[in-house]
Design a protein around this ligand. Structure first.
Ligand code: AHR
Length: 629
């Protein structure tokens, strides 16, 4: 039984206790949440991003008939913008044929839905000639048209943006977008783009609606961005001059302003980041979610497997100034230097930034705190209302962790970011971790945590653990599961909370736990005591829900049946207590990358696993028999 002491006052739980950590890992942004359908739209991919990349990755040359022409990526003074280095130069056939390039998007191809509108745009210049017709075609991999072609006339203005709308005549996941020209001479192209008209909240340069909706359903209290290891690794240099490094650290100024003026960069996770989803879009997304924005800036000390600290004082100073400028970009008046850029981009009102995190998982605590103190001193001098968050290094214990905590206490840091990815057993046996934390010391932001898997047992272990976070809500102010997003077709890190491919999105069991806690956060903890033996044998009956399961019990022959008695899920654990590996229902399902994926549909989809419809939409009965011994 559970005795609840309604008279006693437990700690308050903040409305922003549970939030999200949004890092472009697993193509979370480019190829995922960022709705751009053209991959490598600006011909910037390079071997610095990934050894298999070239500036023509995802592009092929295309001609009508035997038309002779060529396509060449160039990097010269004729570029569209100083930060946007490469562009494509087409030599066009004079004989009436067309020549150009075709883009195959991400994964299987550009994905479109019948009847939906897609906004095409391109920057082009056709020097020394009259109007040049540009033809835009959307076809599937077999060459079947997916929309009426567009014809746009490029004129002699030099670089200019041309746009039009394609309406999909049928649905496809293998779309190819072709842009061709004719009439001889040369035609230069850059920023070839195709966006669904329907984006989250209808924003231009916006976010994929289905993925954003899944995130919105979490009702997150905050959005930590843009990383992670993404932030503090790579060269610390700034963008300066033509020999700018392609592996520089994430610098927010690279990611704002018109998209065609943003610099692309190597992504720590092995691909290219277009920065199309940049700081403005992150702030906007946080606001659209009703969540607190929480940016992370590099501290000039690497972590994530590297042990390097930048000593150049002028570089450190410039990054500190960049952080002050960031606060002005977010909060400054619309006529301030950086606030005016925010206003030009469409948001004259401040974004209401209150917290900034400096650094992530540094392995060198002493070097880190030396620099952290300088960042914090400068921020507090100019913006005393801003909370500067520190961190405790990459692990949940050990010498770096201990030293980092010592320094956090010495520096009187308000909020300390902890990260850990441990086994479900660790989560179950460490429920009391925060019971003994000093009530007078720095508070904790659990910025990244996950048990190692996307199975039910992992989700349950996390749910159990989160009761310990809440019980200690006077110490643990905020928490976010990580990573948030993963493309099923290119995953650098598992497990993940939300999975997607080009057309669908599905939440893991872990997602359901996060949603349960995050969308139903209480006001305060009500002290309670449990008695009796948890996990007693016998059938469990009730709607499918994590609360009917006891994390300490083992079960055998578990099945889920529909109200009509049809078996929807079953597992006798014959191959070990390995989670729900055998699934029956209207189709064939398999576990891929730790998530359930339907590989074949044999009838109406009545599955209750990690599909769009979620767990609670079904009237189900669960029975389970406790395993002997
Ligand atoms: O969440 C994935 C990575 O884990 C983050 O980038 C990093 O902070 C941690 O090591």
């Amino acid at each position: 039984g559970i005795d609840v002491d309604t008279a006693a006052a437990g700690p308050q739980i903040s409305d922003r206790m549970y939030g999200i950590f949004l890092e472009d890992i697993n193509h979370a942004a480019d190829g995922g949440l960022y709705a751009e359908l053209v991959q490598n739209r600006s011909f910037e991919y390079s071997t610095a991003d990934n050894e298999n990349y070239t500036p023509m990755t995802s592009w092929e040359e295309v001609a009508t008939g035997n038309a002779a022409g060529n396509a060449k990526v160039v990097n010269d003074d004729g570029r569209l913008h100083e930060r946007n280095r490469n562009y494509l130069r087409l030599a066009l056939p004079a004989d009436g044929g067309e020549y150009g390039v075709v883009n195959s998007g991400y994964s299987t191809g550009i994905t479109v839905s019948e009847g939906k509108r897609y906004d095409f745009s391109v920057w082009a210049k056709a020097p020394g000639r009259g109007a040049t017709p540009l033809r835009v075609r959307l076809r599937d991999a077999q060459g079947e048209p997916l929309a009426e072609p567009l014809t746009l006339d490029a004129d002699e203005r030099g670089w200019a943006r041309y746009s039009g709308t394609l309406t999909a005549s049928s649905s496809s996941t293998t779309g190819r977008l072709a842009v061709t020209g004719s009439g001889g001479g040369s035609l230069s192209l850059d920023m070839v783009s195709l966006f669904p008209r329907d984006t989250f909240k209808g924003r231009e340069n916006g976010l994929r609606e289905d993925i954003a909706q899944k995130i919105a359903a979490l009702d997150p209290g905050f959005v930590r961005f843009p990383g992670g290891c993404l932030v503090n690794t790579g060269s610390h240099e700034a963008y300066e001059g033509p020999d700018w490094p392609r592996e520089r650290s994430y610098q927010w100024k690279d990611t704002v302003g018109p998209v065609e003026e943003r610099a692309a960069n190597h992504n720590f996770w092995g691909y290219n980041q277009s920065y199309g989803l940049g700081y403005y879009e992150y702030f906007q997304f946080a606001e659209d979610l009703g969540a607190m924005p929480l940016p992370v800036v590099p501290a000039m000390v690497t972590g994530c497997g590297e042990n390097r600290a930048t000593d150049a004082p002028e570089l450190l100073q410039r990054h500190i100034q960049d952080t002050l400028d960031l606060i002005e970009f977010a909060n400054g008046p619309a006529d301030s230097a950086w606030g005016s850029l925010r206003a030009e981009m469409g948001h004259p009102e401040p974004f209401g930034l209150t917290h900034v995190q400096v650094g992530n998982e540094e392995n060198l605590p002493d070097a880190f705190f030396e620099r952290f103190a300088k960042f914090r001193g400068a921020i507090e001098a100019e913006y005393p209302g801003i909370t500067v968050i520190g961190n405790s290094g990459p692990a949940s214990g050990g010498t770096v962790f201990e030293r980092a905590w010592e320094l956090n206490r010495q520096h009187d840091v308000e909020l300390v970011d902890e990260h850990y990815y441990n086994s479900p057993e660790w989560f179950l046996s460490n429920n009391e971790r925060y019971d003994s934390y000093d009530r007078e010391g720095p508070k904790v932001y659990l910025g990244e945590f996950a048990s190692q898997g996307n199975r039910f047992s992992n989700a349950l272990a996390e749910a159990a653990y989160m009761t310990g976070l809440e019980r200690n809500a006077d110490v643990v102010e905020m928490a976010s599961y990580a990573p948030l997003l993963a493309a099923a077709w290119d995953t650098q890190w598992t497990p993940d909370m939300i999975w997607f491919d080009n057309s669908t999105t599905w939440g893991s069991a872990n997602y359901e736990v996060q949603r349960l806690f995050s969308a139903n956060t209480g006001d305060s903890v009500v002290p309670s005591t449990a008695t009796g033996t948890p996990g007693a044998a016998g059938p469990i009956t009730g709607a499918v829900g994590l609360s009917t399961w006891n994390t300490s019990a083992e079960y055998d022959d578990v099945r889920v049946t529909s109200a009509e008695g049809e078996t929807l899920l079953s597992d006798d654990f014959s191959s070990g207590a390995d989670g729900w590996t055998h699934i029956t229902g209207a189709g064939t399902w398999a576990v891929e990358n730790g998530a359930y994926v339907q590989t074949e549909t044999t009838g109406e989809n009545t599955m209750v696993t990690a599909g769009d419809s979620g767990w609670t939409d079904y009237d189900l009965e669960v029975t389970a028999t406790k395993r002997e011994g």
